[in-house]
Write a new protein. Structure first.
Length: 347
């Protein structure tokens, strides 16, 4: 049976006119009603005529990109390369920023659906997300979606990212070989987010290989993976404890922690080592260059666009997961553990 707009309207308990407003992205429909109509459409597998026609004729040459934080140079660089490779493939890029908010990510993707994009690239938020209905809607509408730099464990989807666990393992192993044991890790809040879970898995693996057990008290949760959280949480940590070293899940947080270390009167790396993840340009040119893990941003962008375009142009999804090898960048912000350090006791 062909699913019609009238079937969707009936299931959602609205008029055909209201359902039409939703699919044409018109004003005058409240959020709850809009979500009810979209949910009904997803359950029934309804595809609006204008979207179906666009996909059938391959007339849409637009990709929608959801980015989390355009102020972070890592994501700025990623956006630049995605734009470049999209244009090389003959597609125009629409960019929107979620500010790490799941509700905003949903709203943006709804807008992309209304704009009849050919496909969607998503940099997932790093805060707790409880529902993934919008991705089911994309699948029902046959709009390809690829996650870039991370993914949602509870959302079925293909992704391209760095092997975060391997990078964290190499960094932690390097610090352990320098004699560090009280290694604090600044992480994000969501325990399911790969940006946290995979890095902590690598951290624990390095300890276990040496027959050591990492003290869970050294894992510090940060509200957001940004400079302010890195600074404030490191400041609070150093007020009550003295780790040998601090690792942050990205360079921006590490630079925030570095500011807190200096304000605490500690010298880097003599008193405490600091390391990050990403290898931003600022990390190598600061007065104390930052030890970090390099992510090949250009390769992530290229493979993300290649995967998405291949799905847009007819290749069936294969539940493909592409992991790119990281590279440890040892610089002057890390050194041997300070002499006279006490055995690990935790904060």
């Amino acid at each position: 049976m062909t699913v019609k707009l009238s079937h969707v309207a009936e299931k959602a308990g609205v008029s055909i006119a209201t359902a039409s407003l939703v699919f044409n992205d018109r004003p005058g429909v409240n959020k709850d009603t809009r979500e009810r109509v979209l949910s009904a459409a997803a359950e029934l597998g309804y595809l609006p005529n204008n979207v179906a026609r666009s996909l059938a004729l391959k007339s849409s040459r637009t990709i929608g990109l959801v980015i989390t934080d355009i102020e972070n140079p890592f994501f700025g660089s990623l956006t630049r390369y995605i734009d470049e490779y999209s244009h090389r493939k003959g597609y125009t890029l629409i960019i929107s920023v979620s500010n790490d908010e799941p509700a905003e990510e949903n709203r943006i993707i709804e807008g992309f659906i209304g704009d009849r994009v050919a496909g969607v690239l998503v940099v997932p938020t790093q805060v707790t997300r409880s529902e993934f209905k919008i991705y089911e809607i994309l699948r029902k509408r046959r709009i390809p979606c690829v996650f870039s730099t991370s993914y949602y464990p509870r959302a079925k989807g293909e992704y391209v990212m760095t092997d975060l666990e391997a990078g964290s393992y190499r960094l932690t192993k390097y610090l352990l070989e320098l004699g560090h044991r009280d290694i604090s890790y600044l992480v994000s809040l969501d325990p399911e987010a790969p940006i946290r879970s995979l890095r902590l898995a690598g951290y624990r693996k390095a300890f276990e290989e040496k027959g050591l057990e990492p003290n869970p008290d050294w894992t510090v949760q940060c509200h957001k993976p940004d400079f302010h959280s890195g600074y404030s949480e490191a400041k609070a940590l150093l007020a009550t404890a003295k780790p040998d070293s601090i690792i942050a899940i990205n360079d921006i947080m590490a630079l925030g922690a570095r500011k807190a270390i200096r304000e605490s009167g500690l010298a880097i790396p003599r008193d405490i080592s600091i390391a990050g993840y990403d290898d931003l340009i600022y990390s190598s040119i600061s007065d104390i260059p930052l030890t970090t893990v390099h992510q090949n941003v250009e390769e992530i962008a290229r493979l993300s666009v290649d995967m998405l375009v291949s799905r847009i142009e007819g290749e069936e999804p294969r539940d493909e997961h592409r992991l790119i090898g990281p590279e440890l960048m040892v610089r002057e912000s890390t050194g041997p553990v300070r002499s006279g350090a006490l055995p690990s006791t935790g904060p």
